[in-house]
Design a protein around this ligand. Structure first.
Ligand code: KIV
Length: 267
């Protein structure tokens, strides 16, 4: 694996050459370092920080200050991976000025390399304004968790013909507005395959089948640390919550029995 920093151009080249893009979420410096060293191409500072780290039910309450804080720790850790941070709910819809200000904070204060924002047609002007200003924007279509209270459900999107058509049109329009890539979340695999064929920019799927140009998962989901529920699209590579539980139980036992610390672990 080349050590060179991943760039938007490198991601486009990966799509052209058929090399799959690997993305994972990161919210802190230490884990970001591990993921970066392991060869992940994109570190996404997702607003999923709300549900997996803050213990909230939705991503709606996440603030700009929180995103700036987490994104700064992650971008400082990334030697090779391309770092993208989410624009939180209502940080970009109000006006292009507000979107520029907030995206600018993530680029300048957190030093991420791109921002991601959710939505299709209603956000096209904002995407155009940001990309015109030189800010790389990643789109996000399909299930858009920030709109959960509007939809009322986390069910698969784009099952009905008219919804699928809208997602396809949004994808083409987002590309025309200048996004360098887009996340496709929880849509039928054939629809994601069509979108992937129709746009020149990379598609990164989460619950969108194998034909996307890349895949993203929430790291705490794939490590089995977040275990409150498990969407069907998550593959757990580790059962970290169980493993940590066992280790902590061992530590409790050793402290209580006086077996820890030993002489070797003392001065
Ligand atoms: O917030 C997030 O982690 C995301 C990914 C699930 C794509 O948007």
């Amino acid at each position: 694996m080349a050590d060179r920093k991943v760039t938007t151009e490198a991601l486009r080249e990966m799509k052209r050459s058929g090399r799959k893009i690997v993305a994972l979420t990161a919210y802190d410096h230490l884990l970001a370092q591990v993921l970066d060293s392991a060869g992940v191409d994109i570190l996404l500072v997702g607003d999923s920080v709300a549900t997996v780290v803050q213990g909230l039910d939705t991503t709606v309450p996440v603030t700009m200050e929180q995103m700036v804080y987490h994104a700064e720790m992650v971008s400082r850790a990334a030697k090779r991976a391309f770092v993208v941070a989410d624009m939180p709910f209502l940080s970009f819809q109000g006006s292009a000025q507000e979107a520029l200000h907030n995206a600018g904070r993530l680029m300048k204060e957190s030093r991420v390399e791109a921002i991601k924002l959710e939505g299709g047609k209603p956000v096209l002007d904002i995407v155009r304004r940001l990309t015109d200003a030189g800010i790389p924007v990643m789109g996000h279509l399909g299930l858009t968790p920030q709109s959960i209270h509007q939809f009322g459900t986390y069910k698969v999107r784009g099952r009905k013909d008219e919804d699928a058509q809208q997602i396809l049109e949004d994808a083409v329009a987002l590309e025309a507005a200048g996004v360098f890539a887009m996340v496709l979340e929880k849509i039928p695999a054939p629809l994601a395959a069509t979108v992937t064929r129709e746009v020149q920019v990379p598609t990164i799927g989460i619950g969108a089948g194998s034909e996307c140009d890349g895949q993203v998962l929430v790291t705490y989901d794939m490590l089995g640390l977040f275990s409150r529920f498990k969407p069907r699209f998550v593959r757990r590579y580790l059962e970290l919550a169980t493993e940590i539980g066992k280790s902590v139980a061992d530590y409790c036992r050793d402290v209580r029995s006086g077996e820890f610390p030993s002489q070797d672990e003392s001065y």
